[in-house]
Design a protein around this ligand. Structure first.
Ligand SMILES: CC(=O)SCCNC(=O)CCNC(=O)[C@H](O)C(C)(C)COP(=O)(O)OP(=O)(O)OC[C@H]1O[C@@H](n2cnc3c(N)ncnc32)[C@H](O)[C@@H]1OP(=O)(O)O
Length: 133
């Protein structure tokens, strides 16, 4: 039996790496910290990529079901957005998003945001349509 390595004991992201960014001062608030609004916008970009793929077409965000900011993101940190398909309804698609960072000069990655966003498949007129199976 293989002995447990250090990596086996560390928490690790769940889902597919969908987006990786390094925020700059332009993304910070007046205090120089990365703003929650920037993080939410990037989570939306990452999750809508998955939702549009599942819906095979146009989608709209119907709900930010939950967003929990657990610790701050430092400027210069690599920010990774992981997405996981939770549920496909008749027209809706629920996606879990985890945001992980690795601060400059640190080995350890940490989870900084946990969220669930819901998208709806829509047609050219903006009306809901069934998600193709
Ligand atoms: C306001 C903005 O510009 S935000 C920017 C992007 N987002 C948008 O533009 C979307 C604006 N909203 C809309 O156009 C409409 O609300 C629509 C088209 C998304 C949905 O229309 P509705 O008539 O409300 O749809 P309806 O009530 O039938 O629900 C459709 C699905 O969404 C789900 N849903 C609706 N509201 C919510 C909610 N608050 N949370 C979770 N799921 C929801 C329903 O459960 C349903 O799922 P199912 O078909 O898998 O069973």
């Amino acid at each position: 039996m293989r002995a447990k390595s250090k990596d086996d004991c560390e928490p690790s992201p769940e889902g597919e790496l969908t987006l990786r960014l390094i925020p700059t001062r332009g993304e910070s608030n007046i205090h120089g910290d990365i703003s929650g609004g920037w993080v939410v916008a990037q989570m939306d970009h990452a999750a809508e990529t998955v939702a549009a793929r599942v819906a095979q077409g146009r989608i709209a965000n119907v709900a930010l079901e939950s967003v929990v900011f657990m610790s701050p993101i430092r400027i210069g940190a690599a920010v990774c957005f992981y997405t996981r398909l939770l549920e496909i309804g008749s027209s809706s698609i629920r996606i879990a998003i985890e945001v992980w960072t690795q601060n400059p000069n640190e080995h350890e990655r940490r989870k900084v945001v946990d969220a669930v966003f819901v998208y709806v498949a829509i047609d050219d007129n903006g009306r809901i349509r069934r998600v193709p199976r």
